[in-house]
Design a binder for this molecule. Structure first.
Ligand code: T3D
Length: 265
């Protein structure tokens, strides 16, 4: 019997949560082109599938993701990396940040290059205490991509962002949490349990409304308070008309747990 090739992206659906696992553990889940294509497809399918009400992204083995597979760059001179970003990495970041449902990330080990910045495009990031984030780009003459050049200064301020990007030193999960780059650093043995619990909680939430929360918060850094107040008015008008808002209020008044459908109408 011929051996089946290992799939670089695994998906598993349960209880409203689609888990996507980066799966090249022997290379710390470094991205090949096939892997980037499959990740993008999985995200696009998740966005279109109403049964998927939350996503969980993680990595197989001891690493989360070591970024672009450098083996694929070894034999090419002067590649057009702008084209690679335009074709692969940028659409993935746009799909993740624009996804109208919540995305949880469980960073199970070292996260380097694009692999360090991919979690920053997720909505809630848990990391194992043994994990570290490495802006490895400077070591190979590149700039932070996968949204890193935007995320780092916004989350950390310019002094920390610049030092991380220029020195390419590992940032521990605990420091990343203390600095506000991620949500929580947790004991390694508790990582998946905590991340799954958060994803499951979100999958039973008012999905459409959670999507509106994402939209409001993600667009706010580019706007003034005045503009954001207008956004809140517009999005709250939409949220207020959803069946989940009515159900949430009813459940509160009846002192019971809400049964959200996640639907817009
Ligand atoms: O080019 C474009 O398309 C533009 C887009 C760029 C986006 C990017 O992500 S650029 C940044 C690319 N990534 C890196 O520069 C990180 C390279 N890796 C590392 O610095 C280290 O591996 C880590 C700090 C992540 C972990 O170190 P360590 O000591 O825990 O593990 P290791 O021994 O270095 O790696 C384990 C194996 O994974 C090893 O393979 P081997 O020797 O056992 O067969 C290593 O070669 C392989 N590996 C790790 N990272 C990559 C990789 N193989 C290919 N590409 C990698 N990025």
């Amino acid at each position: 019997m011929s051996e089946q090739p290992m799939r670089p992206i695994l998906t598993d659906f349960a209880d409203g949560v689609l888990t996507i696992t980066l799966n090249r553990p022997e290379k710390l889940n470094a991205f090949t082109e096939a892997m980037l294509v499959q990740l993008r497809e999985a995200l696009a399918e998740a966005e279109a599938d109403a049964k998927v009400r939350a996503l969980l992204l993680t990595g197989a083995g001891r690493g989360f993701c070591a970024g672009q597979d450098l083996q694929a760059r070894h034999s090419t001179s002067a590649p057009d990396l702008g084209a690679v970003l335009e074709t692969h990495y940028n659409p993935i970041v746009r799909l993740m940040t624009g996804m109208p449902k919540p995305l949880v990330c469980a960073v199970n080990g070292v996260a380097a290059g694009a692999g360090a910045n991919l979690p920053l495009a997720c909505d809630i990031v848990f990391a194992a205490k043994s994990a570290a984030f490495v802006q490895a780009f400077a070591k190979i003459g590149l700039i932070p991509d996968t949204g890193g050049s935007w995320q780092l200064p916004h989350a950390l301020g310019l002094p920390r962002a610049l030092a991380l990007a220029l020195l390419a030193e590992p940032l521990s999960a605990e420091t990343a949490a203390r600095w506000g780059l991620i949500w929580k650093a947790v004991d390694d043995g508790e990582l998946m349990e905590q991340a799954r619990a958060a994803a499951r909680q979100l999958a039973h939430g008012p999905t459409f409304g959670l999507g509106l929360i994402k939209r409001a918060l993600r667009q706010s850094p580019a706007r003034s308070l005045d503009e954001q107040l207008d956004t809140e008015r517009d999005l709250q008008r939409i949220a207020g008309r959803t069946p989940d808002h009515a159900e949430g209020v009813r459940a509160f008044m009846e002192k019971r747990r809400a049964r959200f459908t996640g639907e817009k109408s």
